[in-house]
Design a protein around this ligand. Sequence first.
Ligand code: HEM
Length: 408
Amino acid sequence: MTITAGHAADASAEPTYPMPRGCPFDPPAELAQLRVEKPISRVRLWDGSSPWLVTRYEDVRSLLADRRVSSDSSRPGYPDQSASIRARRENSTSFITMDDPAHARYRKMVIGDFTVRRTESWRPLITRIVDDLLDAMERGPRPTDLVEAFALPLPSMVICQILGVPYEDHNFFQERSRALVDISLDPQVSVQANEELREYLTGLMAAKEAEPTDDILGRLAQRYVLSGELSRGDAVSMALLLLVAGHETTANMIGLGTLTLLQHPEQAAEVRDGDPAVVNSAVEELLRLLTVVHTGRRRVATEDIQIGGVTIRAGEGIIAAGESANRDAAAFTAPDELDIKREPNHHLAFGFGVHQCLGQPLARLELQIAYPALLRRFPELRVAVPEEEIRYRDKMIVYGVQALPVSW
Ligand code: HEM
């Protein structure tokens, strides 16, 4: 049977998306049910719209690679994450919500800074930051919050160094970055956080235009802004995207990933032993299982698309649920289990298609260094509060733990 847009079934029967989680480590159970019973189905969003939710691995992958699917958030029908994101869109479009050729033009300006090879050159920097943070943690009080002591400062220091943003200002930009990924915030608060961050980065770009610096923003300023290829405003949008994407995501993988490993002591022991092949595949498995960017890839159809017995009409919103695809039994054996030696592991935690995560080599390297170093430094690492006291980031675009009190 083909179901079309205009004849959507009774709207009240549409599940709301995102759904609340039951178990904090698993996507909502309704997603598993939809995968089996109605893998491409309409859901209801915060604004009453009802885009298509795509839950199976093959369908998610195929739509994310489909040129008839747009990432352009200014198109009618685009399924915005929240009122606050819609409100600040006017002034904050970056290449993650553009289509080619504009998307490719901007992405190309920074792609050379995120290749696997280039990223590998930062290994000594990342290792030093990890060691320094662990030293400070060892000297500090017990219990301590792992998020504040390690999970957040590590990616934040790394991305600051690479971009050329002064880490001394981290309280300012971390607080505002958090506001940008909080879908429950009042739109005005979010718009203000965005404006303040833009103002800060505008000053920074201006300084880098005046005086060259050997970092990504410095190169953008000198090579593209001064030559007129990139407006300062567009450079600021790119800087903002890189800054926010560069630390919210990895930080939450460190926090939630560590908690997951602590719940699987035998597998944690193997990560602690540090065999690079095991560590690397453990990182991939944690990325898959946790899929911290957990509220689906947002898209809109530009032409009618026939998929899975359904016609998605041009102009209709699509949510390609990576968090569900990564738990699809048709793609992964025992998908709800942590198996750090899973092979193959073609997960979609970094997305798929032209918008696939630009920073994935960096995120991988940080995680490959962070998990074994932390577990080796504190072989007795344990969560210092009863499990039910741990608070999760349910209302955030990037999922994770709000805090993780640990002792050793
Ligand atoms: C574990 C950490 C990370 C995860 C799980 C993650 C996940 C993702 C996902 C799912 C997308 C696709 C968005 C879409 O298709 O709509 C994406 C895009 C992106 N990510 Fe990451 N990311 C991580 C770390 C990073 C880091 C460290 C950076 C560094 C700056 C970064 C920069 C970006 C950028 C710039 C894009 C947009 C790419 C484009 O539109 O062409 N990410 N990321």
